[in-house]
Ligand binder design. Structure first.
Ligand code: AGV
Ligand code: CA
Length: 324
């Protein structure tokens, strides 16, 4: 049998990140070797609770979770960070047993270093939040570079407008890059095998009612039902910022399984770390080489997600998790 692809996930607890974790766990060809949670687009305690509950549904409580205590240079709006709190109260998750002390978990950078060091083959790192833990891990333990097969990052806005709208900013940056522009700048300088899934391509995949309606018709499947509940929470996305919620992280996650459905381009780029464009990913000739996704087969992507959400989770683990 073909060996599974090893994946370490770094997320930041937003609804989209949790949906991405769920999608990743449905991938039969993938072995998840750890999940770090950063309090960027979330508050840490509820996000760790959701992360653990999703693992539990799949009977994967043995996958280690790392807790990051980092503060971004540019914090996410608190209204966004507070959104995920409601997730743990959804009917599909509220009765999962949860008695984990989040402060007993390993620190994120240490967990990443340990898991990469232990891995017996190269690992794909999936970043659906900021890149700060990865950059610090490589700085602290340069030997882990050799264990990195590829870094897939939902981040950047190369030939399109950014999604940061705030003071002292001209709107050119994407949030995951902007949260910690200095680490982002350093990530590009490191010249890892990096693929960015930027706004240029995620703009093609909004969460729309048609998709949610199709998903609802298959809600006899536990995971489809749960995903439908999660996405419904994104429809009234916070006033005064963006009204449309995209499948940003979910698209980046699908790249792990569907690389051939994406058009990639090799570019050279740098990240700005000062106003008025901190966090902007700029294409310039003297920049660092990386790949960016510029297009995706949307139809295949939506169908793939719908199909993965028909994955049956074992009744036994659900029963234990839900105490039924
Ligand atoms: O910029 C996209 C990133 C993704 O990793 N996040 C959300 C996804 O998890 C930040 C973000 C941009 N707009 C948002 C965001 C919004 N309206 N609500 C919450 N987060
Ligand atoms: Ca995210």
């Amino acid at each position: 049998m073909k060996e599974k692809k090893l994946v370490f996930m770094e997320h930041d607890g937003a609804i989209d990140d949790l949906l991405s974790q769920l999608l990743l766990l449905t991938m039969k060809e993938v072995e998840v070797i750890g999940i770090n949670v950063t309090p960027a687009d979330c508050f840490i305690e509820p996000a760790i609770e959701s992360t653990f509950k999703l693992l539990q549904l799949f009977g994967n409580e043995n996958i280690p979770i790392g807790r990051s205590d980092k503060n971004g240079i540019n914090a996410f709006p608190n209204e966004w960070r507070a959104r995920p709190e409601v997730i743990n109260a959804l009917p599909s998750l509220i009765n999962c047993t949860y008695n984990l002390d989040p402060y007993s978990l390993p620190e994120a950078v240490d967990l990443l270093i340990d898991q990469l060091t232990l891995a017996d083959r190269p690992v794909t790192i999936l970043l659906t939040g900021p890149c700060s833990n990865l950059v610090e891990a490589i700085r602290k333990a340069p030997h882990i570079r050799g264990k990195i097969e590829q870094v897939v990052w939902m981040g950047g806005a190369f030939r399109t407008q950014g999604n940061v709208q705030t003071y002292q900013h001209n709107g050119t940056a994407e949030w995951n890059v902007y949260w910690d522009p200095q680490s982002s700048k350093e990530l590009f300088v490191m010249e890892l095998p990096l693929v960015c899934i930027p706004l240029d391509v995620t703009n093609n995949v909004p969460v729309n009612k048609e998709f949610l309606s199709t998903l609802a018709f298959q809600s006899d499947y536990f995971l489809s039902n749960l995903a439908g509940q999660l996405w419904a929470l994104t429809i009234d996305t916070i006033p005064s910022y963006h009204y449309v919620y995209f499948m940003w992280d979910v698209l980046a996650t699908s790249f792990i399984s569907l690389p051939n459905e994406f058009a990639l381009e090799e570019v050279k780029a740098v990240v700005s770390d000062r106003p008025p464009n901190a966090g902007q990913t700029q294409l310039i000739e003297r920049g660092h080489p990386l790949k960016i996704a510029v297009d995706v087969n949307r139809k295949v992507f939506y169908e793939y997600v719908l199909n993965q959400l028909k994955t049956e989770i074992s009744l036994q683990s659900t029963a234990t998790a839900l105490k039924v």
